[in-house]
Design a protein around this ligand. Sequence first.
Ligand code: SAH
Length: 217
Amino acid sequence: MRLRNITGSREVIADSKWCMETPRDMAGKWREYFGNDHPVYVEIGMGKGRFLMDNARACPGINYIGIEKYSSVLLRGIQKLEEEPLDNVALIRMEAEYITEVFDEAEIDRVYLNFSDPWPKDRHAKRRLPSREFLSRYERILKPGSVVEFKTDNRDLFDFAVTEANGSGWEMPVCTYDLHADPELMQDNIMTEYEERFSSIGNPICKYVICRPDRRV
Ligand code: SAH
């Protein structure tokens, strides 16, 4: 997502009850924060938050946490929550690589990656959110048996992601190169902002669902 430096967005975030800044002190306390034992789903790179909030509205029995590194983008999400408060949503401004400091082991139930930045240069492969380095972080914070769901229209990034997941021992119950042509998968598909934009110009959307390997006892 391209940056426009919105003056004061950092200040708005600091003052907002919906958003936290790399909250390391929250690890292990997310259930307490939401005040219930509902599952916790996390979207990394939530952008303006449409997918997160559409999900949260549709599934009040699940808590949703959106992570976004740019305050200027996150601001839109905060504004939406101020207009339409959703008790089951929290937003975090942070760089995703610190995710294991903000969540405890096995504290969360699902990770969503939607239209993640491609980082096309080989030397930046570790920064891609579906890379093996990130998968091992997700493995720590996810409960056994839980999943990562990834959607993108970027075929190179998707091929990379599939190879990384297979090479790291994750099972892949769903893998499609044209999500919108699959009526079964489309039944409960919630579109993201980028998904709407790129599918409307004819780009096929790829999606996988991968299951956390059960290496730990
Ligand atoms: N998920 C949204 C936005 C996709 S654009 C959608 O599908 O419509 C990717 C977003 O991820 C951008 O807003 C970008 O700032 C954010 N992002 C990319 N890498 C990130 C990282 N390492 N940590 C946190 N956010 C990240």
